[in-house]
Design a protein around this ligand. Structure first.
Ligand SMILES: O=c1ccn([C@H]2C[C@H](O)[C@@H](COP(=O)(O)OP(=O)(O)OP(=O)(O)O)O2)c(=O)[nH]1
Ligand SMILES: [Mg+2]
Length: 151
């Protein structure tokens, strides 16, 4: 029996052959670190956001999605995070995977070519039949929410 549940295919973007492919930094890491495929170092000013290319595209089965998440070290040390967190890579998306970074820190942040800027985690997507009904089942919570149990 194979160790793997799914095959995910990855293709390099032309002209980005020297960009490191997504990489797990430890054996059981959930995320593959993604590298910046920027031509030259770019500067993210405080408050600025930029879409950073990664140099690859994916093909995965419809049971999967990929999530683009921040690296906690960059967030903690420099205030660098992904704005649309977690970013969603749909199974049928064949374009280059990109990372929407924002600088929430006080200092400009320089992104070097091949720097590890975010991580990508694959998730199962349950196959759902979404059904319209007139009545929903009753529960104790009902429509209570948004802190109705207290602070
Ligand atoms: O961080 C991200 C988020 C999205 N994408 C790509 C893959 C994804 O499949 C596509 C669409 O993303 P999403 O559905 O989040 O954006 P949208 O604003 O709904 O765009 P669309 O109308 O194209 O679905 O953009 C990325 O490369 N990186
Ligand atoms: Mg969408």
């Amino acid at each position: 029996m194979s160790l793997f549940d799914f095959e995910v295919q990855m293709k390099r973007i032309e002209g980005q052959e020297d960009i490191l492919l997504p990489q797990k930094m430890s054996e059981a890491a959930s995320g593959y670190d993604l590298h910046a495929a920027v031509k030259e170092p770019i500067v993210l000013a405080p408050g600025e956001r930029q879409l950073i290319p990664t140099g690859f595209a994916l093909s995965m089965p419809p049971q999967l999605e990929a999530q683009i998440r921040p690296r906690s070290g960059l967030a903690y040390k420099h205030g660098i995070t992904t704005l649309n967190s977690p970013g969603t890579i749909d199974a049928d998306y064949r374009g280059e995977v990109k990372v929407l970074l924002i600088n929430h820190g006080q200092e400009p942040f320089v992104i070097q070519r091949n720097e590890r800027i975010a991580q990508m985690v694959f998730q199962r997507v349950p196959q759902i039949q979404l059904t319209v009904v007139n009545e929903l089942s009753e529960t104790v919570r009902g429509s209570g929410g948004f802190g109705h149990t207290g602070r």
